[in-house]
Design a binder for this molecule. Sequence first.
Ligand code: SIN
Ligand code: FE2
Length: 219
Amino acid sequence: MSFGLGDLLSCLEPAQAIEPIAAGAVLLRGFARERARCLVAAIDEIARSAPFRNMVTPGGFRMSVAMTNCGRAGWVTDRTGYRYEPADPMTGRPWPPMPRPFRRLALEAAAAAGYTGFGPDACLMNLYEPGTRLSLHRDENERDLTAPIVSVSLGLPAVFLFGSHNRGGRPRRIGLESGDVVVWGGPLRLVYHGVAPLAEGEHPLTGRRRINLTFRKAL
Ligand code: SIN
Ligand code: FE2
């Protein structure tokens, strides 16, 4: 049996590592790194039929994060509220289907975090540019709160704010890089989380952008 350079590199520097964050939440470092290029290509393709757009909150604020979706349901916000919709309000067409490799990645990441049998039906795609932030919020519009959230980071690094049980609490600051995956559920399913303003930068895969995918069981 031969021991090639690839094996040597992978045992010297594992492509991924599991870092517990708190009971119910783990950071899977580099879990999607090898698939990142394909994921970004698929996202660009999806955005051709369901473009990224800045949605408006029920309070009338235009979000700085641009969003789109794929899957059977898509998360939307407008003056009437936050909800999931089977069709894209911008085009009237159903959201693009969730590519099978997306579903597989979400299932594998959830299982690696201890949540087996995850079957996401919604994938919210967030686009950040330098300066863009996402304020603390909870993912609470899903019908099935027993399923976890699987969150995949691509492109520019970000500081993920995570872990307070109320909006005023001080969250942990977790540096996320392209290919990192965070999974949370169980006792932390309704935890507050957000993203600090994105720093200026340029990434070989995405240029001046960070893209985040969050997989949910919404329906
Ligand atoms: C989200 O909470 O919807 C996205 C989090 C992130 O961009 O990392
Ligand atoms: Fe969220």
